[in-house]
Structures are given as structure tokens and as C-alpha cells.
Design a protein. Structure first.
Length: 100
């Protein structure tokens, strides 16, 4: 992940890119990008857990009515993660399954 300043939008924009690494237990045989760079939108905060097995992301999104919502996403190093919607006005949270 990295960020850079977008002068036209007058904001910092965050990007990420995933890589593939093939090895034979002694050396790296191949490493390269597995796709294009992706802009990360609405991310307020993200942290990896000390073991590196999970990542938490707080994200801000707007719905079609223009209402802003915050989501707490918990990602694991497997194809499934959890997403929790945080509604500060009602102190409620909902949980949905999200597939990568």
C-alpha cells in the first residue's frame, strides 16, 4: 500500500497492489504483480494484527441519500472476512458476511 497527493482533487489518495511469489523452499522462482493498482476509497484507518493473520479497516461510505456510514471490516488471510456496520446515532452494529 502507498499514498500520493492528487493535486487536482486536493487530497491524498491511497493505492494497493497484490503480488504473486512462487518459491521452491530454497529460493524465489518468480515474483510479480497479480493485477493492476487499485485505489482504496473511504478508508479512515487500517491496522494489521501483530501475527499478520488479520487486518482491521474502518471505512466511510455514503449511501444513495448522501448519508454517511462507517464500517469496521475484519479481514483474514482466507477467502472470507467479516464486515460490521457502525451506526453512531443509534449505537447499533450489524454484521454481514463479505466474500473477497
Amino acid at each position: 500500500e502507498w499514498s500520493q497527493r492528487d493535486l487536482e482533487r486536493a487530497e491524498n489518495v491511497k493505492f494497493c497492489r497484490q503480488y504473486l511469489v512462487f518459491h521452491d523452499n530454497q529460493s524465489i522462482i518468480y515474483s510479480g504483480p497479480s493485477g493492476n493498482c487499485t485505489e482504496i476509497k473511504g478508508e479512515l484507518l487500517s491496522r494489521d494484527c501483530p501475527s499478520g493473520t488479520q487486518k482491521a479497516v474502518v471505512r466511510k461510505m455514503s449511501n444513495s441519500k448522501g448519508e454517511e456510514k462507517q464500517f469496521l471490516e475484519v479481514w483474514e488471510k482466507k477467502p472470507e472476512g467479516e464486515e460490521h456496520r457502525v451506526d453512531s446515532s443509534r449505537k447499533e452494529a450489524s454484521q454481514d458476511r463479505v466474500f473477497l
